[in-house]
Design a protein around this ligand. Structure first.
Ligand code: 9MR
Length: 581
């Protein structure tokens, strides 16, 4: 925040000193303004640059001398493009800004800035092929940094090397688990978020999104590309990393096939390094939602891992079938936090979406009639449900999978689902174009950045069925928003862009003594409900899209989470693939 104020002051000074607009851009002089907001990572060579010039005095009063803008080289020594700003738009209600937008024609490969007279220079951005590859790899590496029970050696983790924490080889059974004797060994898996707990619902769901990318584009991170300990084993780094989570999930299945809901301390640990976490760890609850999510992800993984390791794939499918049967016998086993447990709940009192997802994956993997019958009884839904969080998108997993495996799916069901996905995608194209900052969300709740990325996943699903340039360009608009085209002028993925979150709600980042947070993690994003006040101090009367605070206590706007990184990785990986087609 201090950076923002400093930069704003500098830019005001710059405005005061800048030369007459008609003279074209003055020398860059190393000052950039957050008032020009755009994707800080970059654009593909066939992609127009879309930016917003927001809320400077000149824009508010309509007094900007001229509507011209320039694209200059990053060092500002020459102008490569001249364009005209659009009329002023009122985005006050959602974004708290009045703005003027600009769009360029596609630009040649290079590194540039936008210059707007009276306002200043933007942060630099690149135009190049594979422009999202670094953020894709970075977001995958983010998972590695979340590994529980593992030391992260410097060779793979660089400055963020750390000791192992939470071995979880001797975990207590909480009474809600249905067991009282003995201990469970349940090591590994990724930490869910800024906290050090491990949740089946939010392990399986993001895993499903990662597996979906593999199924849609092929291996997006071949052996050696992620620099993880498994690199060099001759197998996909992508699948190696996902297996770290899958292996843990398998340990959470009880002998009867049901899944313990989560592995957590009773209360959240303090803001300490993993190895300093001192709370006793328990497996808590056994639920239908966790069990069905597990059944879905393992059935999907049984397809994806077939060539990687056939025995492992068999084991996954057996585990999936056992989970499916347990769920059938426990229709009311919904999870609620017991009185003495206050960690993440991931509760949901309707398992229809989870059931449809599990049935779809089991059907796609086995082709067995039982699962198809179940899908007919409980047809998949397709939804865009911003403001509600992860539960909104579970439904889509079933539809995406069935469409992906059209060879299995009878025509009637296929046509119905394709119609739902395409209709929703078409409406998202329209909505993105008309909504502030060309992104589709109007209801900013917990993890709103993941809403934007889940919308982009719906567009990708439509594009897979009926390819249309609008689907891809709208996905790119969504990505622009996440990477800096927003009123906070922030690239929400840590470690990328010029200005990214420095104070994520993330225990390791808050306690490792390193200024920069662990990289490759997606901040949750603006959340109008601001549940973390007063520990978090928001801008007074912040508009929904500005209800974001780069402050460590901000668990409601600036935490990171697996199910936010997952759709981000999916969209970055998909756009990279699409650009290379
Ligand atoms: O993403 C979850 C959000 O939809 C809920 O409103 C919120 C409060 O229950 O919890 C979020 O998930 C958190 C989880 O419970 C614990 N780990 C961190 C998650 C992200 O904030």
């Amino acid at each position: 925040m201090r950076n923002l104020i400093l930069l704003t002051l500098l830019s005001l000074l710059f405005v005061a000193c800048s030369s007459d607009a008609d003279d074209g851009p003055p020398a860059f002089a190393d000052r950039a303004t957050p008032a020009i907001q755009l994707n800080q990572v970059g654009f593909y060579p066939d992609q127009p640059v879309r930016f917003t010039c927001a809320d400077t005095q000149a824009v508010r009063s309509g007094a900007a001398v001229t509507s011209v803008f320039y694209v200059t080289t990053a060092v500002g020594d020459s102008t490569v493009y001249e364009g005209t700003l659009g009329d002023s738009v009122d985005w006050q209600a959602l974004a708290g800004v009045t703005a003027r937008n600009g769009t360029t024609d596609p630009l040649p490969v290079g590194e540039y800035r936008i210059y707007v007279p009276e306002v200043g220079y933007s942060y630099p951005f690149r135009v190049r092929d594979s422009v999202l590859q670094d953020v894709f790899v970075g977001s995958m590496k983010g998972l590695f940094y979340q590994r529980a029970g593992a030391e992260l050696p410097e060779a793979y983790a660089g400055r963020w090397a750390r000791k192992a924490g939470h071995p979880d080889t001797e975990v207590y059974y909480h009474p809600s688990s249905g067991r009282s004797e003995g201990m469970l060994s349940s090591p590994g898996g990724w930490y869910d978020a800024g906290d050090y707990n491990k949740y089946i619902v939010n392990g399986a769901f993001p895993l499903g999104q990662y597996l979906a990318l593999y199924e849609d584009v092929g291996d997006p991170a071949a052996d050696g590309s992620l620099n993880i300990p498994e690199s060099g084993n001759g197998k996909s780094d992508y699948l190696d990393e996902l297996k770290y989570e899958l292996d843990w999930m398998l340990t959470m299945q009880d002998d009867d096939g049901g899944l313990f809901h989560k592995l957590t301390t009773l209360e959240f640990d303090g803001m300490v390094m993993p190895e300093a976490g001192s709370g006793r760890r328990y497996v808590v609850g056994k639920s239908i939602t966790a069990t069905l999510n597990f059944a879905a992800a393992t059935a999907q993984a049984a397809r994806v891992y077939r060539d990687y390791d056939a025995d492992y794939a068999d084991r996954l499918l057996t585990a999936s079938r056992q989970a499916w049967s347990w769920a059938g016998n426990h229709p009311d086993a919904f999870f609620r936090n017991p009185d003495d447990v206050s960690t993440g709940e991931y509760g949901d009192h309707n398992a229809d979406d989870e059931q449809a997802w599990a049935a779809a994956e089991l059907f796609a993997t086995t082709g067995e009639q039982e699962f198809y019958n179940d899908l007919q009884q409980n047809p998949p839904r397709v939804r865009f449900g911003p403001g509600v969080g992860w539960t909104s998108y579970m439904a889509n997993m079933a539809a995406f999978t069935l469409l992906r495996h059209s060879e299995r799916v009878p025509r009637e069901m296929y046509d119905e689902l394709e119609g739902l996905v395409v209709t929703l995608a078409d409406s998202l194209v329209q909505q993105t174009e008309r909504t502030a900052y060309q992104q589709p969300v109007e209801d900013f709740g917990w993890g709103s950045n993941s809403d934007v990325m889940n919308a982009a996943m719906i567009l990708a699903a439509a594009n897979e069925r009926r390819s249309r340039p609008e689907y891809v360009s709208t996905m790119r608009d969504c990505m622009n928003y996440i990477l800096g085209h927003n009123p906070n002028a922030v690239c929400y993925l840590t470690g990328f862009g010029t200005r990214s979150p420095m104070f994520i709600h993330h225990r390791q980042s808050a306690s490792d003594g390193i200024d920069e947070p662990v990289p490759g993690l997606l901040s949750g994003g603006p959340n109008a409900a601001q549940q973390d006040r007063p520990e978090t101090i928001y801008k007074p009367n912040a508009a929904p899209m500005q209800s974001w605070a780069d402050q460590t206590p901000s668990y409601a706007s600036n935490e990171i989470c697996l199910n936010w990184n997952a759709p981000f990785s999916y969209v970055a990986g998909y756009l990279e693939h699409e650009a290379g087609r």
